[in-house]
Design a protein around this ligand. Sequence first.
Ligand code: NAD
Length: 375
Amino acid sequence: MATTVAALRETVPGERRVALTPEVAKKLKARGATVLIEQGAGGSAFFPDAGYAHAETASASAVLGRADVLLCVQPPTLEQIGQLREGAIVIGHLQPHLAPERSKALRERKLTSFAMELLPRTTRAQAMDVLSSQAGVAGYKAVLIAAEAAPKFFPMLTTAAGTIRPSKVLIVGAGVAGLQAIATAKRLGAQVEGFDVRPETKEQIESLGAKFLDLGVSAAGSGGYARELTAEEREQQQRALAEQLKGFDVVVTTAAVPGRKAPRIISAAMVAGMRPGAVIVDIAAETGGNVEGSEAGKTVTSANGVSLIGTANLPSSAPVHASEMYARNLYNFLELMLADGELKLDWDDELIAKTCLTHAGEIRHEPTRTLVGAA
Ligand code: NAD
């Protein structure tokens, strides 16, 4: 029988993306799958039910009861997990580090779950990499938020009323979000600088026409990621940065270290040293914050007039393109296991094996197994 690939309407407050778009429904149908969505699943992302020509619609409980594969943006709730059929597959952000009870429920329900956060970041995996596609949206949006909040123009303007100097923008962290932020700020005409602790980012920052701000700290870790700084390196970074920050109008922070709280890079004292009217947008606010005092979903103004904006779920604020990219990422991953409408899991494929969170009543991801054991 054809595999039923399904998606629900997301229920987490503020979540506007959908895991399965009309375009992907068509592709799945062409590969022999049956596609099933909850009524209104794509509504918040401007994909009305009528646009899903290749999918059936049903109630949430019917979708959960029939799904062989459930695609999701946010992790399913414990209740939804309980309604899925034993042996069904769940693919999406599953945030295994945040909620051990969810991993436990997925194991107990004998679901095969794939946490896309665990996908190895190899060249072959790029088309499936949800962290990258969504980080790109976040970087872009963060700069637009900063431009909107700033009391200045970004570009240089020559006007009859005189010349306006361009805003000076600093992007902290030059991973996927940071590089997109740099590109966006450049397009808006700002004078842009960026820095990161991975030395290879210098060339990447410069290739976008921005300047690399050298703070004299290099901390490349394994797998192309950054490592946590030592106390000494941190101090050096902080000292050099405090001085530099005084010259910027806008700062967007995007720094992260996988599996850890976001590094604290900008202290309240550094904010106090910045120009009145300066704007800081902290993309890492949801994971601990790169800036002291930032809060996800809130704007705080410091005594010296610096706006500190903590963002929350930025990808959801561009739900059309974020959903399109996310759904394609999941489709490309699902393609690894879908042949003629039938599911076949090749455990020798590292992308399948390493992304798997639970299978056949077991937790396959070692750190999560430890976390659940300890819970
Ligand atoms: P991330 O979200 O984990 O971190 C964002 C950035 O913060 C990183 O560039 C990191 O070096 C930086 N950072 C960490 N601590 C810092 C500090 N104290 N000060 C300044 N910067 C700090 O990173 P990401 O965007 O997910 O990407 C990380 C790496 O993975 C990059 O090398 C990227 O090119 C690579 N990548 C590879 C693939 C692939 O090949 N499939 C896909 C995506 C990303």
